[in-house]
Design a protein around this ligand. Structure first.
Ligand code: DC
Length: 231
């Protein structure tokens, strides 16, 4: 699995969705992927998976040497469930309960700030372009914190989702999750390496002002009405 360049040329559209915790990225990406028959990649789940696996091995974010060798040994591949790509570590899937546990919520920002973790996942995330082609999807919709700025900075359709803190806290508690969304955003925006930000030129959408269906429709309309770059 070699690392493609950031200006990776694809003959299919790429939609990037960045934004803080609980801004509606996953629900939006799911809806867009189903409407447009795109592959959906949730990069937050990649950081969660590595955090879960590293916590299981008892490694702390400060143990950089141990971390690097464990990351080198990990074999990452992907399964496809409908439109969603799921991370497989050494061929094994992780459960949603593992990925969304309180322990993972508390530690994921610290692991995600490490250059070795980000470098490993950057390579893995760009590799998903191969999955789009091999599985007959018409494009890629990929969500996270640094997608339009670092992973696919040349993607033609880049969006930044936001919502006020009270809306986001309410969404998480309705999902039955204990998650300090504001603290996580602060850590993710404040880190040196690939911080959470609105990529220059991205379309900002306040998801608190629209229904989910309206947000999905706005994005699909922009993608479908864009001129075909081949013409
Ligand atoms: O989207 P999420 O809440 O599941 O993401 C979990 C954490 O992963 C988030 O707090 C920061 C990290 N993350 C990141 O650093 N870069 C990404 N592209 C996606 C997620």
């Amino acid at each position: 699995m070699s690392e493609p360049a950031s200006d990776i040329a694809t003959n299919f559209p790429i939609v990037t969705l960045d934004g803080g915790a609980a801004t509606g990225k996953s629900s939006t990406a799911r809806g867009v992927s189903q409407k447009l028959h795109f592959l959906h990649v949730d990069t937050g789940s990649h950081y969660r998976a590595l955090t879960y696996l590293l916590l299981q091995k008892g490694v702390a974010p400060e143990e950089t040497d141990t971390l690097s060798s464990l990351l080198d040994e990990m074999k990452l591949s992907a399964g496809i469930d409908g439109n969603l790509a799921t991370l497989l570590a050494d061929g094994e899937a992780l459960s949603v309960d593992d990925l969304r546990s309180q322990e993972v919520n508390q530690s994921v920002s610290a692991f995600a700030a490490l250059p070795s973790v980000r470098k490993r996942l950057l390579r893995y995330q760009r590799w998903h372009c191969n999955l789009v082609r091999e599985n007959g999807f018409k494009g890629l919709v990929i969500e996270g914190r640094d997608i339009g700025s670092v992973v696919f900075p040349d993607a033609p359709f880049r969006f930044y989702l936001e919502a006020d803190a009270s809306t986001r806290v309410r969404r998480r508690s309705e999902e039955g999750q204990q998650d300090s969304v504001v603290e996580r955003d602060k850590a993710d925006s404040g880190r040196k390496n690939a911080p959470l930000l609105c990529p220059p030129g991205a379309v900002r959408i306040n998801t608190g002002e629209f229904t989910l269906e309206e947000v999905i429709a706005q994005i699909c309309q922009i993608v479908q009405n864009a001129p075909d770059p081949a013409n």
